[in-house]
Write a protein that binds this ligand. Structure first.
Ligand code: NI
Length: 165
């Protein structure tokens, strides 16, 4: 299992680099990411969250298979937007309604080295956008108005220090 980095750690704010070659090391890494995501009861996990700065994320929503996205690109987003309550394995126990495009088209390579294009809406589109943001060092709380973000971060830090004290 991989260690999950949490809010405040630099690696979550770094930009990622494209994967040059989908070799066995990458395949093994995506498998470890899927296992780590399952262990944390998450529905998505991006490489920076496990301390790696490659353009990779994994997604597994209910009633679907685990999906691997390598060098993803959001090629289209719907004009229509919607709110959905988001959380993040890197900011445990923090949830907030976030507005994003309702539908997307994403292109990426999978763990078999195949290029694919996927039209998604609902929860799948939501998670892909959330994970894709991680590859640019963006967290879902960044989408909130400043006051609300500060309030959430403050209560998060308070709860965390309570746990470690
Ligand atoms: Ni996240």
């Amino acid at each position: 299992m991989l260690d999950i980095y949490t809010l405040g750690e630099d690696v979550l704010r770094k930009k990622t680099a494209a994967v040059a070659d989908i070799d066995q090391g990458i395949v093994d890494f995506t498998q470890a990411m899927i296992e780590t995501m399952h262990e944390g009861n998450g529905i998505g996990l991006a490489a920076p969250q496990v301390g790696d700065l490659q353009r990779i994320f994994v997604v597994h929503i209910p009633q679907d298979k685990p999906r691997v996205f390598i060098n993803p690109e959001i090629v289209a987003t719907s004009i229509e937007e919607s709110f959905y309550e988001e959380g993040c394995l890197s900011i445990p126990d923090v949830y907030s309604e976030i507005k994003r495009a309702s539908g997307i088209t994403v292109q990426a390579w999978n763990e078999k080295g195949r290029l694919f294009r996927l039209d998604a809406d609902g929860l799948l589109a939501r998670v892909v956008l959330h994970e894709n943001d991680h590859l640019s060092g963006i967290l879902f709380i960044d989408k909130l108005p400043q006051k609300k973000r500060e309030r959430l971060v403050k209560s998060y830090q308070k709860n965390r220090s309570g746990i470690s004290a």
